[in-house]
Design a protein around this ligand. Structure first.
Ligand code: 5GP
Length: 205
């Protein structure tokens, strides 16, 4: 067998595009994929669990983690900080496990600089109208937050040019299947594994 490394999958998209739901479903169906749990200074929403949805930490601790270079990337979004802890991801990738990061565009850009071999996927809503309905329908944000998130959406969509793939989330099952097929194509890319392929066959000579 050709040894395949884990893939670093980065999923972004405007708030309300449904990237969280897609990632959740993808993880349910593919137990070789691990979710990276981010740290944030945002307060937990109802139902969110520390260590599962996020590591909810205070600003002082976040700043200390930045100082210790514990993040692969971090960004300030709206009024809070979010960051991807480095150690857990590196451990998974080394073991050959795929890791999925559900992060916004500033963070994705930083990851692309340090991990250009990552797979960058952008989730689009079917329309801006649908996006607004979803943010309002979720009922987790204040009116002010909803307006702030909605007004950023078009600006965010403009940054799709930094991504490798896009998925239009008009149907959850279809979106998950599309990401699964992106993953399997990426896993068969010669450029990713050429040395492993050659070494495997060399061993048999
Ligand atoms: P929310 O507050 O709705 O959970 O997340 C707000 C935004 O932060 C979302 O776009 C989410 O993808 C992004 N986000 C979550 N974790 C991280 C992270 O570790 N780094 C960055 N850059 N963005 C994150």
């Amino acid at each position: 067998m050709v040894k395949k490394n884990g893939l670093l999958l980065v999923v972004s998209g405007p708030s309300g595009a449904g990237k969280g739901t897609i990632c959740k479903e993808l993880l349910k169906k593919n137990d070789q994929i691990k979710l990276s749990v981010s740290a944030t200074t945002r307060k937990p929403r109802t139902g969110e669990v520390d260590g599962v949805n996020y590591f909810f930490i205070e600003k002082d601790k976040f700043t200390q983690m930045i100082g210790n270079s514990e993040f692969l990337e971090y960004a300030q979004i709206y009024d809070n900080f979010y960051g991807t802890p480095k150690a857990a991801i590196m451990e998974c990738l080394e073991k050959g496990q795929d890791v999925i990061l559900e992060i916004e565009m500033q963070g994705a850009k930083q990851i692309k600089e340090v991990c250009p071999e990552g797979v960058f996927i952008f989730v689009l809503p079917p329309s801006l109208e649908e996006l607004k309905n979803r943010i309002v329908g979720r009922g987790t944000e204040t009116v002010e937050e909803i307006d702030k998130r909605f007004s950023c959406a078009f600006e965010e969509i403009n940054r799709i040019v930094d991504y490798d793939y896009f998925v239009v989330n008009d149907d959850l099952e279809k979106s998950v299947k599309e990401i699964e097929s992106i993953i399997s194509s990426e896993k068969n890319k010669v450029t990713r594994y050429k040395n492993n392929i050659i070494d495997k066959f060399k061993e048999e000579l």
